[in-house]
Design a protein around this ligand. Structure first.
Ligand code: SF4
Length: 515
């Protein structure tokens, strides 16, 4: 009898998608796209294979009329100028000139046809980029510190580590059939720049004295995730040396693969297993798999800056600065990205960095060239000095392209930020996140003000509306935001938020922040 994975020994308890995955590995769809569907067209794609397109990083776009969106994974958000140019070229040739930066440092295209996919895969591969496994039930983009290597606030440069873990898992058929999506973060930034607590597995900076020597390493967190039932990850009693990060990541992923739940799709993420087992039992199983490990060291996460870097800041390297740009609601066009690539070549070292706040950083700018960069035309819209509310507004894709969306989000978020900047005077930042459905791609739960799309009945029929929650934060004292009573119609969001923020401003005590 052929080898059967543990979970396939009793298929009566598997959900429908699991049965599809047992028939065909998700990664095999990439070849089928190239050799068959790209030649025979959209109508030739059967439903089961269409569901596997996610392993190629490709989803059907609303309204399922033959167009697709594609996500491209970017390790830690670090892109070369050549990679940025390749992305710009693809957006121009196939994606109606739209480029979105996501809340996991990835890039998204829209409007692609199945015929265009082989050429896009090829053009990405030529510059070392992949859309493969950027979606699907597999290890996705590994998020990290976008400032890795130049960050005065990091314990160590994590670039090589993130690449090592990515290279091990990417296209690895031992891990291409997990119960559900699987998200990792690796960052050594002391301000938690990769949002460890909302990842399935997160590594944060820590220090431990071992054999009389101070060792820089990591703490490990497991079982975080958002969606309709958000969980904050739990820290394991574990100190991880840099050379052991891959071993720990492999062990945790094996546990998820072999013990994760496959009965109900909405109860399959690692967070549910961790919640049931608790961190102690989870650690016991991990040690059984990977061998003994040192216990927890000294915590080095000192706060949370929510992955915002706007403005001009000194790098670790003396004489150099990085410039954090605002990309309004994460959307830019091909010409803008190409310009950023040119600037990074002309003034910097050819590197562009994407952030989990949907923004972009230009790095390695000699201090005496910063003023020249600030004069560049493209920085007049993608400005390092954005208005207060525009600087902190995040949005998911919404019903412009997403089949799961209940309401429109991106354009509305942009308009609300503009309204608040025109009508509210405040001396601090307030992070506002919009999502179009409970899946929470826009990370509503960690926002100061989170808005989740829904519908309300009116005499004229259902209209877009939002539930509002306040007070989300990560880092020390992490908590998700709390829902307020009532719903707000989409058209009223700007004035209602203005009122809420004014109320806060008039009633806050000295030293109080919005959070
Ligand atoms: Fe789509 Fe919902 Fe995700 Fe927004 S949160 S992109 S609407 S799935």
């Amino acid at each position: 009898m052929a080898y059967q994975p543990i979970w396939a020994q009793d298929t009566s308890k598997l959900n429908k998608m699991e049965l599809v995955k047992l028939q065909k590995d998700g990664l095999d769809v990439i070849r089928t796209i190239i050799e068959k569907y790209a030649l025979e067209g959209y109508d030739s794609i059967p439903e089961d294979d269409m569901n596997l397109f996610k392993w190629a990083g490709v989803y059907q776009q609303k309204p399922k009329d033959g167009h697709f969106m594609m996500r491209v994974r970017i390790n830690s958000g670090v892109l070369s100028s050549a990679q940025a140019r390749a992305i710009a070229g693809i957006a121009e040739d196939y994606g109606r000139n739209l480029i979105d930066v996501t809340t996991r440092q990835a890039i998204q295209f829209h409007w692609l046809t199945v015929e265009s996919l082989p050429d896009i895969f090829k053009r990405l591969e030529e510059v070392g980029l992949y859309s493969y496994e950027a979606c699907g039930d597999c290890p996705r983009t590994i998020v990290g510190n976008p400032l890795a290597g130049i960050d005065p606030d990091e314990l160590m440069d994590t670039t090589a580590l993130v690449n090592e873990v990515n290279d091990f898992f990417l296209m690895n058929k031992d891990f291409s059939n997990l119960p559900r999506k699987y998200k990792m973060s690796i960052s050594s930034n002391v301000y938690n720049s990769a949002h460890a607590e909302i990842n399935c597995l997160g590594f944060t900076p820590a220090v431990k004295v071992i054999d009389g020597e101070e060792v820089l390493g990591f703490h490990a967190w497991v079982g975080g995730g958002l969606s309709a039932k958000p969980h904050l990850a739990k820290q394991l009693d574990l100190f991880v040396r840099p050379e052991e990060v891959l071993k720990v990541a492999t062990g945790v992923t094996v546990i998820f693969r072999d013990f994760g739940y496959r009965e109900k799709r909405h109860h399959a993420r690692l967070k549910f297993l961790v919640a049931d087992w608790g961190p102690e039992k989870f650690l016991e199983k991990l040690i059984e798999l990977i061998g003994p490990m040192p216990t927890r060291g000294d915590e080095k996460v000192a706060g949370w800056t929510a992955a915002y870097f706007d403005g001009v800041h000194p790098q670790k390297q003396e004489g150099y600065s990085y410039i954090g740009l605002n990309v309004p609601v994460g959307r830019l066009n091909a010409e803008e990205l190409r310009e950023l690539a040119r600037i990074s070549d002309q003034y910097g070292q050819g590197t562009i960095r994407t952030t989990m706040s949907q923004n972009i950083i230009l790095s390695d700018i000699p201090n005496d060239r910063v003023d020249d960069v600030l004069q560049e035309t493209v920085l007049q819209r993608l400005t390092p000095f954005p208005k207060r509310f525009m600087s902190r507004t995040v949005s998911c894709t919404g019903n412009e392209f997403c089949n799961l969306a209940i309401v429109e989000t991106k354009e509305r978020a942009r308009r609300v930020a503009e309204y608040l900047d025109a009508n509210v005077d405040l001396d601090e930042e307030v992070r506002i996140h919009f999502i179009g459905c409970p899946n929470a791609c826009g990370q509503k739960q960690i926002a100061d003000i989170g808005l989740q799309g829904t519908l309300v009945k009116t005499p004229d029929g259902p209209v877009d509306a939002f539930d509002i929650a306040v007070g989300g934060i990560l880092g020390p004292g992490a908590q998700f935001n709390t829902g307020l009573k009532g719903r707000v119609k989409g058209d009223d969001v700007g004035p209602v938020l203005a009122e809420l923020i004014r109320f806060y401003k008039e009633n806050r005590s000295p030293e109080e922040t919005f959070h």
